[in-house]
Design a protein around this ligand. Structure first.
Ligand SMILES: Nc1nc2c(ncn2[C@H]2C[C@H](O)[C@@H](COP(=O)(O)OP(=O)(O)OP(=O)(O)O)O2)c(=O)[nH]1
Length: 209
């Protein structure tokens, strides 16, 4: 079969993330989008209070999103292959969440200015096994000591990024101007360790070897 998806099972992306939607689609993976509708905050707080690491937290949240999507899957339809992911931002022992508004995004970016923060992205691929396949990867991103003018220009050019991303920036957009360097996988930064996920889909026969 050509490079078409060969699996009879639908692939579900349990995410409302445009970045995850786009990276799968651009890689030629057709997925049904099913945002999990999960309130992550209480689970994240519980995990942190229990001393979970960023890796453990991102994996647990990704799994919770996959479970939420499976609960919504219509009975009687072919069981899907579910992909879910989560991303955690940490810096100097502090954990950061998606900014609530532009002012919070500005404060958060000022807090990260001139420092290196870590993005930890976890993915779950669940095809009905007792326990799902999982992968977690991190990238370290160093921000310049940018001026207020550069920050305000970035927020003005890409206000959506400030609210749709955990860091308040899009690396593939004007946010890149705030950075000095980064080390790690590009897709991990965008929100999901994509190559291991595609390798898992190959293993499951969803995409050809
Ligand atoms: N386009 C883009 N998105 C980014 C970047 N860095 C982080 N993100 C996005 C990916 C995720 O959508 C978001 C991380 O937050 P979450 O892991 O909680 O996912 P989100 O709530 O967006 O979607 P989901 O929980 O999967 O429904 O930040 C970037 O540089 N570019």
């Amino acid at each position: 079969m050509s490079g078409r998806q060969s699996c009879l099972r639908p692939v579900v992306l349990a995410s409302g993330s445009a970045a995850r939607r786009d990276m799968l689609s651009q890689a030629g993976i057709a997925a049904v989008l099913q945002p999990p509708g999960l309130d992550e905050a209480p689970l994240k707080a519980e995990l942190r209070a229990a001393g979970a690491t960023a890796d453990e937290t991102a994996l647990a949240l990704a799994r919770a999103k996959a479970e939420a999507a499976l609960r919504q899957w219509p009975a009687g339809r072919a069981a899907p292959v579910v992909i879910a992911a989560d991303q955690v931002l940490t810096c100097g022992g502090e954990w950061y969440d998606k900014p609530a508004d532009l002012a919070a995004a500005r404060r958060q970016l000022l807090a990260l200015r001139g420092r290196t923060h870590r993005l930890t992205s976890a993915a779950i691929v669940w095809a009905g096994e007792d326990s799902p396949w999982q992968a977690v990867d991190s990238a370290d991103l160093t921000m310049r000591r940018f001026g207020d003018a550069a920050l305000d220009a970035c927020l003005a050019r890409d206000p959506q990024a400030a609210l749709a991303t955990v860091g308040g920036y899009r690396m593939e957009g004007p946010g890149l101007q705030l950075f000095e360097r980064f080390e790690g996988d590009w897709f991990t930064i965008l929100g999901m360790p994509l190559l291991p996920v595609i390798a898992r889909l190959r293993h499951l026969g969803v995409v050809p070897e």
